[in-house]
Write a protein that binds this ligand. Structure first.
Ligand code: UDP
Length: 238
């Protein structure tokens, strides 16, 4: 399985075509760290390896519970074989606890446990700073085919949360919030894509509330790699 042409380079991954194969891609996890729409940039040696490892295990976990994903197999330290999908340009953010942009925008106390799981949609467009959108916006902008697809995204977001909340709780991690991306297969099915890692999730230690995710980078707290390793080690120890 060899990488051919670079199809796309994102902030955390590169996507490569495979010669003679139009149905699969190779995702290479990078060491780059970015925040605030890439206004803040750095590198963390080994981060890509950790995210590939963590994402692989989490994709397998949600698939075990019946969620379809683009994950096929982990090829090596940095590379993951995935199904080729058309990414829906909506970031589906699922929140259990208020923090980050939710607290900032609406003044909701940081750390407040939400009375129900909140699912939000953001338009995935760097040039606009990934603005929050509602269903009407998504339809007007033709980001999906119809409203039923938005319901599918919301339902899948909640389902993934229902699987992952107890999973992370069992390894002493609070799943505070996370971002999912979905893609459409050639036959129009919506499946989970992208990655699930400490780059895209917030994890707080259950006993101390220590942040064990990309917020350590966003907030210049240091210890980014150790935090990602802690998440990996707890998952492996499960
Ligand atoms: N998130 C992400 N990519 C983005 C924006 C957010 O992975 O472009 C994740 C982030 O890690 C967090 C959740 O989505 O787990 C909610 O992020 P929030 O809206 O609070 O944004 P932030 O405070 O990171 O700007």
């Amino acid at each position: 399985m060899e990488k051919s042409e670079l199809l796309y380079e994102g902030k955390g991954k590169k996507l490569f075509k495979i010669a003679g194969d139009d149905t699969q891609l190779i995702a290479e996890f990078k060491d780059d760290l970015t925040a605030f729409n890439a206004q803040k940039k750095s590198q963390e040696e080994g981060k890509g390896v950790l995210n590939n490892e963590i994402s692989t295990i989490i994709f397998n976990e949600v698939m075990k519970h019946g969620i379809e994903t683009h994950f096929i197999e982990k090829l090596n330290d940095r590379d993951m074989l995935v199904k080729k999908v058309d990414i829906i340009p909506i970031e589906v953010v699922v929140r259990n606890v208020a923090t980050g942009s939710l607290s900032k925008r609406l003044g909701i106390e940081d750390g407040k446990i939400l009375p129900f799981t909140l699912v939000e949609f953001y338009y995935k467009e760097d040039a606009l700073n990934d603005p929050i959108i509602n269903d009407d916006h998504a339809i007007i902008m033709e980001l999906v085919d119809d409203r039923a697809e938005l319901d599918v995204l919301r339902e899948l977001g909640k389902k993934v949360n229902d699987i992952l909340l107890p999973y992370f709780d069992s390894i002493n991690l609070r799943l505070i919030d996370f971002k999912l991306e979905f893609g459409k297969t050639a036959d129009g099915k919506i499946i989970l894509a992208d990655e699930i890692s400490p780059d895209s999730c917030r994890f707080w230690d259950k006993d101390t509330n220590e942040k064990l995710d990309k917020d350590r980078f966003r907030q210049d707290m240091g210890g980014v790699k150790v935090a990602y390793e802690t998440v990996r080690d707890r998952i492996l120890g499960k």
